[in-house]
Design a protein around this ligand. Sequence first.
Ligand code: ADP
Ligand code: ADP
Length: 230
Amino acid sequence: MIKLENISKYYAGTAAPALSDVSLTIEAGTIFGILGRSGAGKSTLLRCLNRLERPSSGRIEIDGRDIATLNTAQLRQQRQQMGMIFQHFNLLHSRTVRNNIDVPLEIAGVPPKVRAQRIEELLALVGLEPFGDSWPSQLSGGQKQRVGIARALAAEPRYLLCDEATSALDPETTRSILDLLANIQRQLNITIVLITHEMSVVKRICHGAALLEHGQLIESGTLAQIMARQ
Ligand code: ADP
Ligand code: ADP
């Protein structure tokens, strides 16, 4: 479970806060959407969750622990619990699909034999079995995002954070990636947090969502509650 209590974030040199007194709870084992226009504070919120950014005030609890109190080793462990996928996939172009997926496993110091086995499982999970030796440049956008998802899941995180994960994809590919995320959530029973500016994304797969405007939480709750406020 993720719990945000009265989170505010002021960036130096800016007048308005990027986040203003935001409190919300994300239940474990759900898909939670953070919806808002460009500049609403969504990325800031996501970056606070994996401590790439520190809130100016407030408290973030992940699985019962205040993340501000984590030491370096605990923070590294916590970050391994948080897979991330990105709008522009962020693949390494000089590495094959297999070797992209291998990155977090290598960093975690997993033995080569276990890694090789795990990579095959991940390729199957995202439907890319025939593409292990392909290069990112040979793949479609949807296939690249599947690699991104496999890589994000490699170290067996409890959370998957998605930063506008379908914004660079056409509508049909968007639907297939969202359906894949929904399947993965059910299969692995992980918690998915996704930020998006598109209501259609939230509608398709989210169990709950929050609506941000100018750094303020306008609504947080079930899909029906969010739709009523849109
Ligand atoms: P969103 O992801 O919803 O587009 P952001 O969290 O990126 O929103 O931005 C929220 C606000 O904070 C915007 O006004 C943006 O310009 C500002 N902002 C974001 N990152 C920084 C930063 N590193 N320094 C200063 N201002 C920032
Ligand atoms: P997005 O909306 O896709 O998240 P942005 O264009 O808001 O991307 O931000 C891209 C990068 O620029 C981020 O790292 C963010 O922190 C930074 N950034 C955004 N707004 C500002 C700002 N006003 N001042 C300084 N850095 C910013």
